[in-house]
Write a protein that binds this ligand. Structure first.
Ligand code: ZN
Length: 106
């Protein structure tokens, strides 16, 4: 990978969140939800209103070596992802059938 950057996928396309048990004591004003990225093990902690579903609070914990001093934006990371994929393309075993449901996606 160019310059040895880590976590290029997460930086280029976003984290792959898995919901995990939340170790915080329960908030009286909302439900505490905790997620961990399956690739880089970043953790996201949300508190969501149990009345409206609104996001009331969010924080992230990232690996120590996640931060980079290089001023790269999402486009740069996507280019790095493309170039790393050319070298280490993986074959996908068996894909489930997916339907396109939205217009532009996210
Ligand atoms: Zn990640």
């Amino acid at each position: 990978m160019a310059k040895g950057y880590r976590y290029v996928e997460c930086r280029a396309i976003g984290h792959s969140w898995d919901q995990i048990d939340d170790d915080r004591s329960h908030k009286s004003f909302g439900a505490a939800l905790q997620f961990r990225c399956t690739r880089c093990y970043s953790v996201r902690r949300d508190v969501v209103s149990t009345v409206t579903g609104e996001l009331l609070y969010r924080s992230y914990s990232k690996p120590d070596d996640y931060a980079t001093s290089d001023p790269l934006d999402r486009n740069d990371w996507r280019l790095l992802l493309i170039s790393s994929r050319r070298r280490t393309r993986r074959s996908v075993a068996k894909k489930p059938e997916l339907k396109v449901v939205g217009g532009t996606g996210k």
